[in-house]
Ligand binder design. Structure first.
Ligand code: FAD
Length: 418
């Protein structure tokens, strides 16, 4: 019986869903795998899925220290877009956006991708010039972008304060119509279920505590459930990248910072798309349940605490209310935070490390949710072949030594944030 059929749902209401099967297995770790992915967030699960699906590999494990969906993949504000400024990021995120457009079909799991439009507001002539440049750069790389007048912005989002005396007057905006949101934990569950169905072992409550070395080469991991050997090992632990890479003796150009978000009580539809202001670093959207989801700056010092400062939330709320005054009438339901891995140019690191068999996927700053499919796809290629994928080739770890940084303003740590 299909648990989603009407009969299955009614039966579930009476038997407490006892007849439901788990969406993925709970296997014991084997002594060795061809490939181990450390970290069962969105990126780790997507990587394992594409390793199995695209590269036909089966002897793969994802090791997760806590539970699937408990990290940043379940803590982000769900924004998905490809409206960056630089070509390597265009190519990467646009490839990803195309994967998002078919992800529910691919995984046979509704990730609720909702391309409701992603708006970046301009508050001055200088802002508008920067947005026009960004839109031109996107268009040159074949990405949809439209510069909108004040009047058009007012029609799209009637609750924005469009008065000239507003605290942050709005002069127009750059719209990416194909941008939007997706349900974040469904992305983790969808990839987990699909990877498990292809034979990937997803091992929760299994923390990697060290690396097993044979000379320089990394040949296995020490975990809270014992030693596990592997041909190749991919680090994919987001905010804990510095800590885990440190166990292998690598020092990364990354700082871990706490990033907070908040949601209000649920209300009728009042925000139509995603509203973002890069100048204020403020973003607002409405979830399908009706809550208004908002975010702002990271706490501006390194930390592994998933507990942020109230002043940061206060600032995010003040900015959001200045843009949409009607928000002042809502009650805040909850706040939360995650630990983000801030690279110093705002761009990710995906590729090899100086240690044979050890690979790294990190540095997503506060923009890695939207990268999940593209990151998984390209990292799987790198782990399967030992070589860069054309789309992750620019994002090497050694670019910081070579001075070949990919400096995307507005997405890196605070000194770089403008
Ligand atoms: P995670 O889900 O954090 O996965 C990493 C996993 O590694 C964790 O589950 C962790 O438990 C595990 N791990 C760590 N150490 C070990 C170990 N030693 N052994 C085994 N496992 C380990 N991005 C966007 O694109 N759009 C947004 O709107 C957005 N908003 C955000 C809002 C907030 C408040 C936050 C915190 C982040 C936001 N992001 C956003 C960023 C995005 O969430 C992250 O960049 C992305 O989720 C990181 O990849 P992940 O999903 O694999 O990370």
């Amino acid at each position: 019986m299909n648990r989603y059929s009407a009969f299955g749902l009614i039966r579930g209401a009476f038997d407490g869903q006892k007849h439901w099967q788990p969406a993925w297995r709970d296997p014991e770790p084997r002594a060795s795998y061809d490939i181990i992915v450390i970290g069962g967030g969105g990126h780790g699960l997507a990587t394992a899925y594409y390793l199995a699906k695209v590269h036909g590999l089966r002897n793969i494990a994802v090791l997760e220290k806590s539970w699937i969906g408990g990290g940043n993949v379940g803590r982000n504000t769900t924004l998905v877009r490809s409206n960056y400024r630089l070509k390597p990021l265009h190519d990467f995120f646009e490839f990803g956006l195309k994967l998002w457009e078919h992800l529910s079909d691919e995984l046979n799991y509704n990730v609720m991708f909702s391309p409701r439009g992603s708006l970046i507001l301009g508050h001055s002539d200088a802002d508008m010039a920067i947005l026009a440049q960004r839109g031109d750069a996107m268009a040159c790389d074949g990405i949809d972008a439209e510069l909108l007048s004040r009047d058009k912005v007012a029609k799209l989002e009637p609750l924005l304060d469009m008065s000239r005396s507003a605290r942050f007057p709005i002069d127009g905006a750059l719209m990416q119509w194909r941008g939007g949101t997706a349900r974040h934990d469904a992305v983790a569950w969808g990839y987990a279920r699909a990877a498990d169905a292809l034979g990937v072992d997803i091992i929760q409550k299994c923390e990697v505590t060290g690396f097993v070395r044979d000379g320089d080469a990394v040949v296995g991991v020490e975990t809270t459930r014992g030693r596990i050997d592997a041909g190749r090992i991919g680090i994919c632990v987001a905010g804990h990248s510095g800590h885990v890479a440190g166990m292998a003796g690598l020092r990364l150009p990354i700082e871990s910072q706490t990033l907070q978000a908040l949601v209000t009580e649920g209300v009728k539809p009042m925000i139509n798309g995603v509203i973002q202001s890069n100048s204020l670093h403020c973003y607002i959207s409405q979830s399908d349940k009706g809550g208004i989801v908002m975010g702002g700056d990271p706490d501006n010092w390194p930390s592994y605490a998933r507990r942020g400062q109230p002043t940061i939330i206060e600032g995010a709320i003040a900015n959001a209310i200045a843009l949409v005054p009607a928000l002042s009438r809502l009650r805040m339901l909850r706040t939360w935070s995650g630990v983000t891995d801030m690279s110093f140019d705002g761009s990710p690191i995906i590729g090899t490390t100086p240690l044979p068999n050890l690979f790294l996927n990190a540095g997503w700053c506060y923009g890695g949710f939207k990268a999940t499919p593209a990151s998984g796809w390209t990292y799987a290629h790198t782990l399967a072949t030992g070589k860069p994928h054309p789309l992750n080739a620019p994002f090497t770890l050694d670019r910081f030594e070579r001075g070949a940084t990919i400096d995307e303003p507005g997405v890196g740590p605070l000194p770089n944030h403008r």
